[in-house]
Design a protein around this ligand. Structure first.
Ligand code: PMP
Length: 445
């Protein structure tokens, strides 16, 4: 057996450099919100595998369902016949959709794949070529989903031409609009609305536009909730022009914001809903759901995939939904979300916080802190003449990890996000706040 140092060397040599890494550590075990490395370090995991482990690592209810399924049926390719875990998962998901019209499902493995399916469904259902997504949005790294992604260039840099027909419209947020951070939400919505109208008039006519893709809370672009008024505006625009509104809830969905789906906060009905991550607690399962009338436009065979809707992944997802039915997970998200965000506000009000923190954002357990930056786009609100250290988010992240807390950064700006499992305890939130406060303090010195 290799030592930790030897495994790390092995990984550096044989794992593609096309992957980034927060740290060269080797993780061997996970339980609840704790992971353990081969060097014996125990780390409080506030990443949950990027919003995947809704119920924590190796949750017994999910593991039991997986064990049972593994001994019953592991795989039936979904174009050969129905399999029971697939149908049982739909039986559980349909009642918790944000709108009862969403009743026709297709399961795949990853978020990117489900986005690919959503693009295909929208083009086929409308007979139109173009799709619009938000500046700062993220929908995946493949050639279709990558064409819709606009949060960072690293995902497709050097990859050549992406899917044609993808257009961008500004998201109602001050980033990139060269506006002061204090710009009112109303004004941001007004500008974003005008920009979308301009896009329709100059680049993608409504009758050429199949769909508008939006994350109800932008994830990889920096944890920015879409204003309710903007989501309502998009609904109205889509209704007026026969465009499909696609809610990408891959990161914001499944309880993370305190509602089952983030779009419920605005009371807006999407035409297509895309989900993944938190639904199966670590097993590869994604999906797209639309009204039967939309899905009926598809020819049999246009959707599919060898592992799409794998039986074990479906069983895991059903166990997660059942757990939500028997435990007040959403109540915990709201209580812990309130505790976490109040704590972050307190840290922002300390001397170190005032010096470094520009803004707290997000909703419940999809929370983030944006630090000040010398970057021209984000320097708003800086006291005149104040010096800003470089790479604050990365440095705070490093210090937290040294102290046993795993936090992730997000976006091209100086943002740290807090996405613990939805079952996080009061004590764990307090621990994380303590470690984060200390790290901010040290970086401010
Ligand atoms: N959409 C959103 C909103 C996401 O956050 C992600 C993943 N971060 C994806 C799509 C892509 O999902 P996957 O990584 O599973 O392909």
């Amino acid at each position: 057996e290799r030592t930790t140092a030897q495994w790390v060397d092995f990984g550096r040599q044989h794992v593609t450099p096309g992957l980034g890494r927060v740290r060269d550590m080797v993780v061997v075990r996970g339980s609840g919100l704790e992971i353990e490395t081969s060097a014996g370090e125990r780390i409080l995991d506030f990443s949950s595998g990027i919003g995947v482990l809704s119920l924590g690592h190796c949750h017994p209810a999910v593991s039991a369902a997986v064990h049972a399924q593994v001994d019953t049926l592991t795989h039936l390719q979904c174009s050969i016949g129905f399999h029971k875990p697939y149908l049982q998962l739909i039986e559980r998901l349909q009642p918790i959709m944000p709108d009862p019209s969403l009743d026709s499902f297709f399961f795949w493995n990853s978020g990117s794949e489900a986005i690919e399916a959503a693009i295909k469904i929208a083009r086929k259902a409308t007979g139109r070529p173009n799709v619009i997504s938000m500046a700062g949005g993220y929908h995946g790294r493949t050639y279709g989903s990558g064409a819709l992604s606009r949060s960072k260039n690293i995902y497709t840099v050097g990859a050549g031409a992406l899917m044609p027909g993808a257009h961008a419209t500004p998201f109602p947020y001050w980033h990139g609009m060269s506006l002061p951070i204090t710009t009112s939400e109303e004004e941001l919505v007004r500008i974003a609305t005008a920009q979308l109208n301009l896009l329709f008039r100059t680049q993608s006519a409504p009758k050429d536009t199949a769909a508008i893709f939006i994350e109800p809370v932008i994830g990889e672009g920096g944890y920015v909730p879409a204003p309710d008024a903007y989501l309502r505006h998009l609904r109205a625009v889509c209704d007026e022009h026969g465009i499909l509104l696609v809610a990408d809830e891959v990161q914001s969905g499944f309880g993370r914001t305190g509602a089952m789906w983030a779009i419920e906060h605005a009371g807006v009905r999407p035409d297509l809903l895309v989900f993944a991550k938190g639904v199966a607690n670590g097993y590869p399962l994604s999906g797209v759901v639309a009204p039967r009338s939309v899905m009926e436009t598809l020819d049999a065979g246009v959707l599919g995939g060898t592992y799409a809707g794998n039986a074990v992944a479906c069983a895991a997802a059903s166990a997660v939904v059942d757990y939500f039915g028997t435990h007040d997970v959403l109540g915990n998200v709201r209580a812990r979300g309130e505790q976490l965000n109040a704590g972050l506000d307190r840290i922002a009000a300390t001397d170190a916080g005032k010096k470094l923190i520009a803004e707290r954002r997000g909703q419940n357990l999809m929370a983030a802190i944006e630090f000040r930056s010398a970057d021209k786009l984000t320097h708003h609100g800086l006291p005149t003449g104040a010096a800003v250290p470089a790479n604050i988010a990365r440095r705070v992240q490093d210090k937290c990890l040294d102290a046993g807390l795993l936090l992730l950064t997000t976006s091209t700006f100086e943002v740290i996000r807090f996405i613990p499992s939805l079952t996080v305890s009061k004590a764990q939130v307090d621990t994380a706040l303590g470690v984060f406060a200390q790290a901010v303090d040290e970086v401010a010195r």
